[in-house]
Write a protein that binds this ligand. Structure first.
Ligand code: ADP
Ligand code: MG
Length: 250
Protein backbone atom coordinates (compact mmCIF):
# COMPACT_ATOMS: atom_id res chain seq x y z
CA UNK A 1 0.00 0.00 0.00
CA UNK A 2 1.26 3.48 -0.82
CA UNK A 3 1.81 5.75 2.17
CA UNK A 4 -0.70 8.53 2.85
CA UNK A 5 2.14 10.99 3.06
CA UNK A 6 5.86 10.82 2.56
CA UNK A 7 8.63 13.29 3.36
CA UNK A 8 11.78 13.01 1.28
CA UNK A 9 14.85 14.96 2.43
CA UNK A 10 12.64 17.81 3.59
CA UNK A 11 14.20 21.01 4.90
CA UNK A 12 12.04 23.65 6.55
CA UNK A 13 13.09 27.18 7.34
CA UNK A 14 11.71 30.54 8.34
CA UNK A 15 13.79 33.01 6.42
CA UNK A 16 17.35 32.10 7.31
CA UNK A 17 16.35 30.20 10.41
CA UNK A 18 16.39 26.46 9.80
CA UNK A 19 13.65 24.68 11.73
CA UNK A 20 14.07 21.12 10.41
CA UNK A 21 16.63 19.48 8.22
CA UNK A 22 16.64 16.39 6.08
CA UNK A 23 13.44 14.78 7.28
CA UNK A 24 12.57 11.40 5.83
CA UNK A 25 9.42 9.72 7.07
CA UNK A 26 6.13 8.34 5.90
CA UNK A 27 2.72 7.58 7.36
CA UNK A 28 0.64 4.65 6.18
CA UNK A 29 -3.12 4.10 6.46
CA UNK A 30 -4.38 3.30 9.96
CA UNK A 31 -1.08 3.87 11.77
CA UNK A 32 -0.77 5.78 15.05
CA UNK A 33 2.46 7.73 14.98
CA UNK A 34 3.68 9.98 17.79
CA UNK A 35 6.21 12.74 17.36
CA UNK A 36 8.14 13.70 20.46
CA UNK A 37 10.75 16.38 20.88
CA UNK A 38 11.64 19.34 23.09
CA UNK A 39 10.23 22.83 22.60
CA UNK A 40 11.43 24.41 19.39
CA UNK A 41 12.46 21.08 17.89
CA UNK A 42 10.30 21.59 14.80
CA UNK A 43 7.24 19.48 15.63
CA UNK A 44 4.60 22.06 14.73
CA UNK A 45 6.57 23.11 11.66
CA UNK A 46 6.52 19.53 10.43
CA UNK A 47 2.72 19.41 10.74
CA UNK A 48 2.33 22.80 9.07
CA UNK A 49 4.43 21.54 6.17
CA UNK A 50 2.35 18.38 6.03
CA UNK A 51 -0.91 20.32 5.65
CA UNK A 52 0.67 22.59 3.06
CA UNK A 53 0.80 25.74 5.17
CA UNK A 54 4.59 25.85 5.07
CA UNK A 55 6.50 25.28 1.84
CA UNK A 56 9.68 23.19 2.21
CA UNK A 57 12.91 25.05 1.47
CA UNK A 58 14.01 21.86 -0.26
CA UNK A 59 12.95 18.24 -0.53
CA UNK A 60 9.60 16.76 -1.35
CA UNK A 61 6.34 16.12 0.46
CA UNK A 62 4.23 13.57 -1.38
CA UNK A 63 0.58 13.20 -0.41
CA UNK A 64 -1.75 10.47 -1.60
CA UNK A 65 -4.12 11.79 -4.22
CA UNK A 66 -7.20 13.42 -2.72
CA UNK A 67 -5.88 12.88 0.81
CA UNK A 68 -8.37 14.05 3.43
CA UNK A 69 -6.62 15.63 6.43
CA UNK A 70 -8.05 16.67 9.78
CA UNK A 71 -5.88 19.07 11.75
CA UNK A 72 -6.09 20.10 15.40
CA UNK A 73 -3.67 23.02 15.77
CA UNK A 74 -1.58 23.66 18.86
CA UNK A 75 -3.10 27.07 19.37
CA UNK A 76 -6.17 28.77 18.05
CA UNK A 77 -7.09 32.20 19.21
CA UNK A 78 -10.70 33.22 18.95
CA UNK A 79 -11.64 36.78 19.78
CA UNK A 80 -13.57 36.39 23.06
CA UNK A 81 -15.66 39.47 22.29
CA UNK A 82 -16.97 37.90 19.12
CA UNK A 83 -20.23 36.07 19.74
CA UNK A 84 -20.12 32.73 17.97
CA UNK A 85 -21.80 29.44 18.71
CA UNK A 86 -20.01 26.12 18.39
CA UNK A 87 -22.22 25.19 15.43
CA UNK A 88 -21.41 28.46 13.67
CA UNK A 89 -17.68 27.98 14.33
CA UNK A 90 -17.83 24.51 12.77
CA UNK A 91 -19.57 25.77 9.66
CA UNK A 92 -16.79 28.30 8.97
CA UNK A 93 -15.10 28.86 6.60
CA UNK A 94 -16.77 26.37 4.29
CA UNK A 95 -20.47 25.76 4.66
CA UNK A 96 -21.29 22.30 5.97
CA UNK A 97 -24.71 20.83 6.65
CA UNK A 98 -26.08 20.84 10.17
CA UNK A 99 -26.22 17.05 10.14
CA UNK A 100 -22.49 16.95 9.36
CA UNK A 101 -21.83 19.35 12.24
CA UNK A 102 -23.85 17.33 14.71
CA UNK A 103 -22.29 14.05 13.56
CA UNK A 104 -18.83 15.51 14.12
CA UNK A 105 -19.76 16.82 17.57
CA UNK A 106 -21.12 13.40 18.48
CA UNK A 107 -17.99 11.71 17.24
CA UNK A 108 -15.89 14.12 19.29
CA UNK A 109 -17.96 13.19 22.35
CA UNK A 110 -19.63 16.59 22.80
CA UNK A 111 -23.00 16.21 21.07
CA UNK A 112 -24.64 18.68 23.48
CA UNK A 113 -22.38 21.70 22.85
CA UNK A 114 -23.67 22.94 19.48
CA UNK A 115 -25.60 25.92 20.81
CA UNK A 116 -22.93 27.04 23.30
CA UNK A 117 -20.80 30.15 22.87
CA UNK A 118 -17.18 29.41 21.92
CA UNK A 119 -15.95 31.89 24.54
CA UNK A 120 -17.72 29.99 27.32
CA UNK A 121 -16.16 26.59 26.73
CA UNK A 122 -13.77 25.01 29.20
CA UNK A 123 -10.30 24.03 27.97
CA UNK A 124 -11.34 20.40 27.56
CA UNK A 125 -14.55 21.32 25.72
CA UNK A 126 -12.67 23.66 23.41
CA UNK A 127 -10.26 20.83 22.49
CA UNK A 128 -13.18 18.54 21.73
CA UNK A 129 -14.72 21.20 19.48
CA UNK A 130 -11.40 21.54 17.62
CA UNK A 131 -11.40 17.77 17.29
CA UNK A 132 -14.97 17.90 15.91
CA UNK A 133 -13.79 20.46 13.36
CA UNK A 134 -10.96 18.14 12.30
CA UNK A 135 -13.45 15.28 11.92
CA UNK A 136 -15.97 17.15 9.73
CA UNK A 137 -14.71 15.68 6.49
CA UNK A 138 -13.90 12.16 7.69
CA UNK A 139 -10.13 12.44 7.53
CA UNK A 140 -7.88 9.60 6.41
CA UNK A 141 -5.14 11.21 8.47
CA UNK A 142 -5.83 13.01 11.73
CA UNK A 143 -3.13 15.43 12.93
CA UNK A 144 -3.02 16.48 16.58
CA UNK A 145 -0.56 19.14 17.70
CA UNK A 146 -0.21 18.91 21.48
CA UNK A 147 -3.96 18.55 21.60
CA UNK A 148 -4.05 17.97 25.34
CA UNK A 149 -2.01 20.99 26.32
CA UNK A 150 -3.64 22.52 29.38
CA UNK A 151 -5.67 19.44 30.26
CA UNK A 152 -4.98 17.61 33.49
CA UNK A 153 -3.72 14.04 33.49
CA UNK A 154 -7.12 12.29 33.61
CA UNK A 155 -8.42 14.75 31.00
CA UNK A 156 -5.63 14.01 28.58
CA UNK A 157 -5.79 10.26 29.18
CA UNK A 158 -9.52 10.43 28.38
CA UNK A 159 -8.78 12.47 25.28
CA UNK A 160 -6.30 9.91 23.97
CA UNK A 161 -8.65 7.02 24.71
CA UNK A 162 -11.24 8.91 22.72
CA UNK A 163 -8.81 9.34 19.82
CA UNK A 164 -8.27 5.59 19.76
CA UNK A 165 -12.03 5.09 19.54
CA UNK A 166 -12.32 7.62 16.72
CA UNK A 167 -9.46 5.91 14.93
CA UNK A 168 -11.29 2.59 15.12
CA UNK A 169 -14.52 4.16 13.82
CA UNK A 170 -12.93 6.06 10.95
CA UNK A 171 -10.09 3.67 10.27
CA UNK A 172 -7.86 6.70 9.88
CA UNK A 173 -4.18 7.16 10.58
CA UNK A 174 -3.23 9.45 13.46
CA UNK A 175 -0.15 11.62 13.69
CA UNK A 176 0.11 13.21 17.09
CA UNK A 177 2.56 15.45 18.79
CA UNK A 178 2.90 15.27 22.52
CA UNK A 179 5.07 15.77 25.52
CA UNK A 180 3.03 13.36 27.57
CA UNK A 181 5.12 10.40 26.64
CA UNK A 182 3.82 8.03 29.27
CA UNK A 183 0.23 8.54 28.11
CA UNK A 184 0.87 8.51 24.43
CA UNK A 185 3.64 6.19 23.53
CA UNK A 186 2.02 2.94 24.57
CA UNK A 187 -0.76 3.42 22.00
CA UNK A 188 1.61 4.30 19.16
CA UNK A 189 2.70 1.98 16.41
CA UNK A 190 5.68 4.19 15.80
CA UNK A 191 7.48 7.07 17.48
CA UNK A 192 9.54 9.74 15.77
CA UNK A 193 11.92 11.69 17.95
CA UNK A 194 12.70 15.19 16.62
CA UNK A 195 15.33 17.72 17.52
CA UNK A 196 15.80 19.92 14.47
CA UNK A 197 16.04 16.67 12.54
CA UNK A 198 14.85 13.08 13.02
CA UNK A 199 16.98 11.77 15.89
CA UNK A 200 15.50 8.33 15.92
CA UNK A 201 12.32 6.56 14.92
CA UNK A 202 10.83 3.15 15.36
CA UNK A 203 8.55 1.15 17.62
CA UNK A 204 7.97 2.74 21.05
CA UNK A 205 10.12 0.25 22.92
CA UNK A 206 13.02 0.67 20.53
CA UNK A 207 12.88 4.47 20.67
CA UNK A 208 12.49 4.51 24.44
CA UNK A 209 15.73 2.63 24.83
CA UNK A 210 17.62 4.52 22.14
CA UNK A 211 20.48 6.63 23.49
CA UNK A 212 19.39 9.60 21.31
CA UNK A 213 15.98 9.54 22.95
CA UNK A 214 17.39 9.15 26.44
CA UNK A 215 19.78 12.00 25.85
CA UNK A 216 16.79 14.25 25.14
CA UNK A 217 14.30 12.97 27.69
CA UNK A 218 16.25 11.01 30.25
CA UNK A 219 15.11 7.58 31.27
CA UNK A 220 12.80 8.62 34.09
CA UNK A 221 9.61 8.86 32.09
CA UNK A 222 7.91 6.14 34.12
CA UNK A 223 4.48 4.73 33.38
CA UNK A 224 3.98 2.80 30.20
CA UNK A 225 7.47 3.59 29.06
CA UNK A 226 8.94 1.59 31.92
CA UNK A 227 7.08 -1.35 30.51
CA UNK A 228 8.98 -1.04 27.32
CA UNK A 229 12.36 -0.35 28.76
CA UNK A 230 15.01 -2.90 28.14
CA UNK A 231 18.70 -2.72 27.68
CA UNK A 232 19.98 -2.72 24.21
CA UNK A 233 23.60 -2.55 23.63
CA UNK A 234 23.70 0.41 21.31
CA UNK A 235 27.24 0.21 20.09
CA UNK A 236 27.10 3.47 18.15
CA UNK A 237 28.11 6.05 20.67
CA UNK A 238 27.63 9.56 19.41
CA UNK A 239 24.14 11.00 19.38
CA UNK A 240 21.78 11.38 16.59
CA UNK A 241 20.83 10.27 13.14
CA UNK A 242 20.23 6.59 13.66
CA UNK A 243 17.14 5.02 12.24
CA UNK A 244 15.98 2.28 14.60
CA UNK A 245 12.91 1.37 12.66
CA UNK A 246 14.38 -1.82 11.33
CA UNK A 247 15.97 -3.09 14.50
CA UNK A 248 14.68 -6.09 16.32
CA UNK A 249 12.52 -5.28 19.32
CA UNK A 250 13.48 -8.23 21.45
P1 ADP B 1 7.91 22.88 18.34
O1 ADP B 1 6.50 22.74 17.84
O2 ADP B 1 8.65 21.59 18.36
O3 ADP B 1 7.98 23.57 19.67
P2 ADP B 1 8.21 24.74 16.12
O4 ADP B 1 8.01 23.92 14.91
O5 ADP B 1 7.06 25.58 16.57
O6 ADP B 1 8.72 23.79 17.32
O7 ADP B 1 9.47 25.69 15.92
C1 ADP B 1 10.69 25.20 15.39
C2 ADP B 1 11.67 26.36 15.26
O8 ADP B 1 11.20 27.29 14.29
C3 ADP B 1 11.86 27.17 16.55
O9 ADP B 1 13.19 27.57 16.61
C4 ADP B 1 10.93 28.34 16.37
O10 ADP B 1 11.41 29.46 17.07
C5 ADP B 1 11.00 28.57 14.88
N1 ADP B 1 9.73 29.12 14.35
C6 ADP B 1 8.51 28.55 14.48
N2 ADP B 1 7.56 29.30 13.86
C7 ADP B 1 8.21 30.37 13.35
C8 ADP B 1 7.81 31.51 12.59
N3 ADP B 1 6.53 31.69 12.23
N4 ADP B 1 8.77 32.41 12.24
C9 ADP B 1 10.06 32.22 12.58
N5 ADP B 1 10.50 31.17 13.28
C10 ADP B 1 9.61 30.25 13.67
MG1 MG C 1 4.70 23.13 18.65
Amino acid sequence: MNPLVEFKNVNLSYGRHEALRDVNMSISGGEIVTIVGPNGSGKSSLLRALIGALEPASGQIIRAEGLRLGYVPQKLHIDPTLPMTVTRFLSLPSKVSSSTVSAALTQAGVSDLGARQMSRLSGGQFQRVLLARALLHKPQLLLLDEATQGLDQPGSAAFYRHIEKVRDELNCAVLMISHELHVVMSASDRVICLNGHVCCQGKPDVVASAPEYRALFGSGTGGALALYRHDHDHAHGDGCDHDHSHESTT
